[in-house]
Write a new protein. Structure first.
Length: 195
């Protein structure tokens, strides 16, 4: 995260961890393998935390508030988040021209998409999200927004994630546009319910 993917060596990583190069290579055959394992571990912890925190949350709005709120709170420790997300973004950049890196990145994304798609499908079954929308596409848009906001927050400390959260929630739940048509605008969409 500090010096970039290519500038960092296994010796640098071993020194940071307080171990010898020999010991580092006993567990990981290369820098790429070590970074892949670090990202997988971080993802698994995040997914487990999500599963625990969202267990039993049936209302989609409450779930979205929970997910976005959890992400905003992660940035209460900006240096830690900058390091973690910095590593992600380095690997993503590498994926633009390295097939192995791209495969790893896309596999992790698809895992996240699968989880988000499951949430969307449950919300559609409960008539909380329009059934006209493709659930996979909804998951893509939600996660693209999530990844994009994290990138902005890492690069620019002036990004206000709390205010961004408010905007994202408004966009998701149809509260972004000013309602000027009264009842007509509320009932103009076939899937929109009054209330």
């Amino acid at each position: 995260a500090r010096t970039g993917f290519h500038q960092t060596t296994m010796a640098d990583i071993a020194a940071e961890a307080g171990v010898s190069d020999t010991l580092a290579y006993r567990y990981f055959s290369s820098k790429d393998e070590l970074i892949e394992a670090a990202i997988r571990r971080h993802d698994d912890v995040a997914v487990d935390a999500l599963a625990i925190s969202s267990d039993g949350v049936e209302d989609f709005r409450a779930l979205v508030d929970l997910l976005i709120g959890t992400n905003v709170r992660r940035f209460e420790h900006p240096e830690e988040m900058r390091a973690t997300m910095g590593m992600y973004f380095q690997v993503w950049a590498e994926a633009l021209h390295d097939d192995d890196a791209r495969e790893q990145v896309v596999d992790r994304w698809r895992h996240h998409f699968d989880i988000a798609e499951g949430m969307v499908r449950r919300a559609q079954a409960a008539e909380q999200i329009s059934s006209r929308l493709d659930p996979r596409a909804v998951a893509w848009v939600m996660l693209a927004t999530h990844y994009g906001s994290n990138l902005l927050a890492v690069l620019d400390p002036e990004v206000d994630l709390e205010k961004s959260k408010e905007v994202m929630v408004a966009m998701i739940f149809g509260e972004f546009l000013e309602q000027t048509g009264g009842e007509a605008s509320q009932s103009s969409h076939p899937d929109r319910k009054k209330g």
